[in-house]
Write a protein that binds this ligand. Structure first.
Ligand code: ATP
Length: 446
């Protein structure tokens, strides 16, 4: 039977933990916040960076056929005409005439009744609402100066396709990847950082020749992304790869998969993987009048490569890592006393802190000095944090921020040059020689 995330953890628990431990804060909180925007705190910023690095490592660094890219957020407005965003990037919206709240039609269970105030037949006729955020460039606020904040990073790659393949000396099959901010004026932001108005996307545009291998390539990327989520520990039964029906995909797309996670409120999309044919490059060639085709030396012919796209939300993936790692456990100590602990079982690669190093007592300079020296020695290799005081409380705190290993320098350490290393998940403690500590940790964290 499917377990809902709700049985394990609620969004209230996640948002409370995120705030308490410095992962995620509401943006501009001192002014009452602003809908659809969040800030990443000291731990959250590292967690998100680690998630992005994990994606980048697998998608770019470990491949010889994908190059990196970083395009501007504001692009020539014609970009969005060619891409179809100007005419079609909208959601259908209705307003409640009584409470004045606004809803996305496709999110309503019942279009006859307002979900907020319960009024019957109070919803307006649906109308289109373009999700692109606009701004003005330069001192004049007229139509000539109007520009958009990009609603996706992909278009920066398409308009630069020729620049990239020429300078990187690549030929299809090859990919271009980028991670960057995108903006959408969502009608109803919500579910914490799941649906926000400013977010980061990690997008891979993989261009393949039209040689009959395009679907194999699409399936290979799906498998690669499956393996990626699995390698960072996302539970298999909370992740699904939903195959879009022809009615659900755009008319030009030959295949599409939505990667979905089982959030406390139900399934939600993390990523979409799509076979987009030649639609995007064709559209830019048509409007710009520039030839973006690839010239194949072997056949001496120009052709437009087929595009396989993987587009993942980094904020949604970071939220997934937090929710998926979360566990509340009842633990029994040596004396039989039971207590509850909250633990984040982060994969060591993405854990914001990998090793906590503590002195058993803060008022004993000989312990503090040695513990600090150990932390400083480990710092170039691991993400470390030094602390001192009540060890039980320090363990609980590190469990709650997902630190895989804690090291304690105690009175015995002064005698035997060994420290206690405590494993977050098993809570097993081992004595390890200070000399061997770095290699002990490297073996378990690498
Ligand atoms: P949804 O149906 O949830 O609005 P979408 O199908 O419009 O999403 P895509 O255009 O396919 O999303 O964007 C690719 C990815 O970007 C999504 O899978 C998601 O992870 C992320 N993303 C899109 N919109 C948002 C948002 N408002 N907040 C956070 N992440 C987003």
């Amino acid at each position: 039977m499917e377990t809902t995330a709700e049985q394990r953890v609620t969004m209230d628990e996640i948002t409370a933990l995120a705030k308490r431990r410095g992962f995620i804060f509401q943006s501009s909180e001192i002014y009452g916040g602003i809908g659809g925007f969040y800030d990443y705190g000291p731990l959250g910023s590292i967690l998100k960076r680690n998630v992005k690095n994990a994606w980048w490592r697998d998608t770019v660094e470990l491949r010889d056929d994908v190059v990196g890219f970083d395009s501007s957020i504001i692009m020539h407005p014609l970009t969005w005409r060619a891409s179809g965003h100007e005419a079609q990037f909208h959601d259908r919206m209705v307003d409640c005439k009584i409470c004045k709240h606004r809803f996305r039609v496709d999110h309503l269970k019942n279009t006859e009744q307002c979900p907020d105030c319960g009024s019957k037949d109070s919803l307006t006729e649906p109308r289109n609402f373009n999700l692109m955020m606009s701004t003005h460039l330069g001192p004049m606020e007229d139509s000539a100066s109007a520009a958009y904040l990009r609603p996706e990073t992909a278009q920066g790659i398409f308009v630069n396709f020729k620049n990239v393949f020429q300078t990187a000396r690549k030929k299809p099959p090859f990919g271009i990847a980028q991670i960057g901010k995108s903006f959408r004026n969502e009608i109803t932001p919500g579910n914490f950082t799941f649906r926000v108005r400013e977010f980061e996307q990690a997008e891979l545009e993989y261009f393949v020749p039209d040689d009959g291998n395009d679907m194999t390539c699409f399936n290979d990327w799906v498998e690669r992304r499956k393996a990626w989520y699995a390698s960072y520990g996302v539970k298999r039964d909370r992740l699904r790869f939903y195959e879009l029906t022809p009615q659900e995909r755009p008319h030009y797309a030959k295949a599409g998969i939505d990667v979905e996670y089982l959030f406390p409120w139900g399934w939600g999309e993390l990523e979409s993987i799509a076979h987009r044919g030649t639609y995007d490059l064709d559209a830019h060639m048509k409007l710009s009048g520039k030839d973006l085709r690839f010239f194949d030396e072997a056949s001496k012919a120009h052709y437009t490569p087929i595009l396989i796209e993987s587009s993942a939300g980094m904020d949604r993936t970071t939220l997934t890592m937090l929710i998926d790692a979360y566990e509340k456990e009842t633990v029994t100590d040596a004396g039989g006393k039971q207590s509850e602990r909250t633990v984040l079982h982060f994969h060591p690669y993405i854990a914001p802190v990998q090793v906590g190093v503590f002195a058993l007592a803060r008022n004993k300079p000989e312990l503090v000095e040695r513990a600090r020296a150990i932390e400083a020695a480990l710092r170039p290799t691991f993400r470390t944090q030094y602390d001192e005081g009540n060890i039980g409380q320090l363990y609980r705190r590190q469990d709650e921020i997902g630190t895989p290993f804690c090291v304690v320098f105690d009175y015995d350490s002064l005698e035997d040059a060994k420290v206690t290393v405590r494993n977050r998940d098993t809570m097993i403690q081992e004595r390890v020689a200070v000399d061997a500590l770095a290699s002990y940790l490297r073996e378990r964290i690498a």
